[in-house]
Design a protein. Structure first.
Length: 502
């Protein structure tokens, strides 16, 4: 069986090598005849397939110029049919030998599927009723030296699709929809924020301190300064410095880098928007987030109803807001507000099978958070704001005036996925220093996701930061929701992949 498989593989490789050689021979002949396609620099297209089909009655009988890739060939006697794929779709080309220059028609017959051509022709409908372009002239603009795969689509080829997104987009043009929606969503975010008086800014990707989130950073080295630097894990701390400086409403859409695992929801580099509004709190951020995401859904999809991960999601505004301790009480039966000691809280968590990480302190707050994280999050399907996180897991959020163990923080969950994270920002420099120190201690214990001491940020806070609401939103997660994608790799054009063996 193995020998037969090897023989089949060898035969397929031999056939491919022959195909590759045939295409190179065709290119060489064209070049020798003075028709080198790679010498051409431009083609002035004035139309595309979608516009021709949408406005066929007005364009019928008109001359058009369009460019694209040949995706199929039929006939090839005195009459040839081809499908041309451009940025907007496909349209049929109809070429007759007696209606074209004979030499040009003969060259056209030798073009391969995958070749890129420019066409001048006349819009018409064939006898079978198909909207088409009757070719007058056709110019080879680029020779495809590799044949397109015949069976590129399907779950068995997802790795190849992600590695060779360019081929994925050629062979599976429906994939483009995800990235059109992604672009529309980012544009909507910018329009939404600009319309509310926020200013878009840019902050450093390389930093001497890793901070603003709980995550393991990528480390690189700056040769001139001879220092290690960290690729940013969040844009939070630089943006809050701008709030201190009097820029009361700022946001940044940017790439974030975290040296962590990869799964359907996580890629080492991803995109967020972080925004900060002076004189606002986490309640204002909830209102803003709900308005932003629901309006985007309505504008892009024309509805508040979406399907994601097999669930019907209703994004009609008016999403519930639930403190974390209430969610744990509802789903786990533990009333943490009736528990006062760390020991009792940890025991209550352990009683339902929740274990605290080795690097985490055995505290009331960590026990509450782990109960939520391990037992409740997976049950949240419809959009729900989970509020009032423990201070133990919220080093940058303001304490609740009602209970200093909690913070004015929320996360939005949809279909058991976190979509965003927000705080009433901590602006007390003394409290912030103590929390940074706690992060430093955790880091010393081996928690390489814990934050570092940022003396410059503390200096900024000592100059005075107004009460501020801050919000971070995962762009990729939102696009996954809008496109009904189960994997983040479906909404990132070039996801991180393990190198292939040569």
């Amino acid at each position: 069986m193995a020998d037969k498989k090897n023989q089949t593989g060898a035969l397929e490789q031999e056939n491919l090598s022959q195909l590759l050689q045939v295409r190179r021979d065709k290119l060489k002949q064209l070049q020798e005849e003075g028709n080198d396609p790679f010498q051409l620099t431009r083609f002035a297209a004035d139309n595309d397939s979608a516009n021709i089909k949408e406005n066929f009655d007005a364009l019928e009988g008109s001359q058009v110029a369009l460019a694209g890739r040949l995706m199929s060939k039929r006939g090839m006697g005195k009459v040839s049919f081809c499908d041309l794929q451009d940025k907007s779709g496909r349209i049929q080309l109809y070429a007759r030998k007696d209606e074209m220059d004979e030499a040009e028609y003969n060259r056209f017959k030798k073009y391969d599927i995958g070749d890129i051509v420019g066409v001048h022709g006349v819009v018409f409908r064939t006898q079978r009723g198909e909207m088409s372009v009757r070719v007058v002239t056709v110019t080879l603009l680029s020779k495809s030296l590799l044949p397109l795969p015949e069976k590129f689509h399907g779950l068995t080829n997802t790795e190849l699709r992600y590695r060779q997104r360019y081929v994925d987009l050629i062979v599976n043009p429906e994939v483009k929809r995800n990235f059109v929606i992604r672009s529309q969503f980012i544009k909507h975010v910018r329009d939404f924020m600009d319309g509310r008086g926020f200013m878009e800014v840019e902050t450093p990707v390389l930093n001497t301190i890793s901070g603003g989130a709980t995550a393991r950073p990528f480390i690189t080295h700056h040769n001139t300064l001879d220092i290690d630097m960290y690729m940013r894990i969040a844009t939070e701390l630089p943006l809050k410095r701008l709030i201190v400086g009097g820029m009361d409403r700022v946001y940044e859409i940017g790439r974030i880098f975290r040296n962590e695992g990869m799964d359907p929801k996580h890629n080492p580099e991803f995109t967020t928007i972080e925004l900060y509004q002076a004189y606002a709190d986490f309640n204002d951020m909830m209102d803003l987030f709900e308005d932003l995401l629901s309006s985007a859904t309505q504008k892009i999809l024309g509805t508040y109803q979406v399907e994601w991960q097999g669930e019907q999601i209703d994004l009609t505004p008016g999403w519930p807001r639930m403190p974390m301790h209430e969610a744990v009480k509802q789903y786990c039966g533990i009333d943490f507000m009736a528990i006062s000691s760390d020991e009792e809280a940890v025991a209550a968590a352990k009683a339902i099978g929740v274990e605290l990480p080795e690097t985490a302190d055995k505290t009331w707050g960590n026990a509450l958070y782990e109960c939520f994280d391990q037992r409740v999050e997976e049950k949240l399907i419809q959009p729900t704001f989970i509020t009032m996180h423990p201070v133990d897991v919220s080093p940058l959020a303001k304490r609740s005036p009602q209970d200093p163990r909690l913070t004015e923080r929320f996360e939005l969950f949809i279909c058991h996925s976190e979509m965003g994270n927000a705080f009433s920002e901590l602006n007390d420099p003394i409290d912030q220093r103590q929390r940074f120190q706690k992060q430093v201690e955790l880091r010393a214990k081996g928690d390489d996701e814990a934050g570092m001491m940022d003396e410059d940020f503390l200096t900024a806070l000592e100059y005075g930061m107004p009460p501020t609401g801050g919000l971070g939103i995962g762009i990729d997660r939102c696009v996954m929701l809008l496109t009904n994608s189960d994997s983040i790799r479906e909404v990132i054009l070039f996801p991180t992949m393990r190198p292939t063996e040569n």
